[in-house]
Design a binder for this molecule. Structure first.
Ligand code: KG4
Ligand code: ZN
Length: 427
């Protein structure tokens, strides 16, 4: 569920009782000691564990309550798209300010939807990184203060691991458990990464232990979502670029199968020296740029779309009539090149590492052509491919609460001086 909250906070502090000086040294140094006691209770007891997840790494303020890392009681996302749209990308300073405005009402709404009060929570999980430092700090500061006040453990979560758990959340909803080891593609506006994922060794229920990761590859330049956003910007298709290009390409493919222009750039396959599981999308993006520059006839329709966007007509149905067959052809071929590259490298990585499971997550995992191509290739490559729902593909806090759960059980808790890690890696 994706909820954009319009209701302003009633007061700066919200219903959570904040003190003037919320983290005093006498109370802040006991996160781990106090939490160790709580962790014992979680592992021994049969009581469900309710974790509040908080996500503020980029341009969505999100909070969610998830039970035992599986059952979503609520998931609230306040998107900042309307703030950043006119700049064609996220403006970090504006993002931090919007997080400050939204964090209290978003958390409050998540509790309301879950039918819980602060005292019913067992732990707080918060995104520590990677992301924008100012944005991360809003969630971390709020999470630290809340956990201190409630006397509950605070679990730092890697945003990338959150995306991995989004797939498991969805699979559990459908009553399935992806078989491990798996190859995991995280593909968003900030990341394009391939990991090998396996269960941690040890006794007991493996699903309750943090996964072990091995990095197989990643982008050397633009992330796939970034390429979508940049191409959409240069063609005046609005922001973010992924959803609109996805929809326009879908409509174009349905309307006509023969819109290929003869002098179009040859996008692929992308050739990379060295690691075959690395990615590179800047070449594809630059090929679009040079092609548009070489064809002055694009100028009139680009101008018409800029006017439409300025007037708030930004849906695919508004922009489709303003796109010539040449533009639609370009969009389709750009998308196919990106999607084929993502799918082929992921399948190759799965084959080499012996994974029969592929997990795909991150904003670009919402892409229809990516889902279709993975689905059509999965049988011939003897792999099962798992995606989150579209709402869980893009940034949300349910995935953060789910990722926090095994770390809570393992006792991986925040130090009292938990800080943002803008470049945090998974491995
Ligand atoms: O995971 P996310 O919400 O935030 C980051 O961590 O980056 O991903 C946002 C990215 C944007 O670049 C957006 O254009 C892309 O995901 N995206 C899509 C689609 N929906 C969102 N890309 C392709 N097709 C889509 N349907
Ligand atoms: Zn993300």
């Amino acid at each position: 569920m994706r909820v954009v909250l319009l209701r302003p906070p009633e007061s700066g502090a919200g219903s959570f009782p904040m003190r003037r000086n919320p983290i005093s040294s006498s109370r802040e140094d006991d996160f781990r000691g106090r939490a160790n006691m709580n962790v014992l209770a979680f592992t021994e007891g049969a009581m469900p564990t309710r974790i509040l997840g908080i996500e503020s790494s980029c341009d969505e303020t999100a909070a969610a309550v998830v039970v035992d890392g599986r059952e979503i009681l609520s998931s609230v996302v306040s998107s900042q798209l309307d703030i950043h749209r006119k700049y064609g990308g996220v403006v970090p300073e504006l993002a931090s300010r919007a997080h400050l405005r939204q964090i209290v009402p978003v958390v409050r709404e998540a509790l309301l939807q879950a039918g819980l009060g602060f005292k019913d929570l067992d732990a707080v999980g918060v995104t520590q990184g990677p992301g924008l430092v100012g944005s991360l700090l809003v969630g971390i500061t709020y999470g630290r203060v809340l956990a201190t006040e409630l006397g509950k453990p605070l679990v730092p979560v890697n945003h990338l691991e959150g995306h991995v758990h989004a797939v498991f959340l969805e699979a559990h909803r459908g009553g399935k458990a992806p078989e491990l080891p798996a190859t995991c593609l995280i593909v968003s506006g900030g990341h394009t990464l391939l990991y090998h994922l396996q269960a941690a060794s040890g006794n007991g229920d493996a699903s309750k232990r943090p996964f072990q990761y091995r990095r197989l590859g990643g982008t050397r330049d633009d992330a796939a979502g970034e390429a979508y956003d940049k191409v959409a910007r240069l063609l005046a298709l609005g922001y973010p670029g992924g959803p609109i290009i996805d929809q326009l390409a879908g409509s174009a493919a349905t309307a006509s199968s023969d819109i290929h222009e003869t002098d179009e750039p040859n996008f692929g396959p992308v050739r990379i020296k060295g690691n075959p599981y690395d990615f590179s999308f800047s070449g594809i993006k630059t090929a679009v740029l040079y092609y548009v520059r070489a064809h002055p006839e694009f100028a009139a329709e680009i101008e018409a779309r800029k006017v439409a966007l300025h007037e708030g007509r930004r849906k695919a149905s508004d922009l489709l009539p303003l796109c010539t067959p040449r533009t639609l052809s370009l969009i389709c071929n750009f998308q196919s090149a990106v999607v084929k590259d993502l799918v082929m490298r992921t399948l190759a990585a799965a084959a080499e590492t012996g994974s029969r499971t592929i997990l795909v997550s991150g904003g670009v995992a919402a892409n229809s052509e990516l889902r279709n191509l993975f689905a059509s290739k999965s049988a011939s490559h003897s792999v099962s491919v798992f995606f989150p729902s579209r709402a869980l593909s893009t940034d949300n806090a349910a995935m953060i609460a789910a990722a926090a759960y095994p770390h809570l059980l393992a006792g991986d808790l925040a130090a009292s001086d938990l800080n943002a890690e803008p470049n945090l890696r998974l491995v």
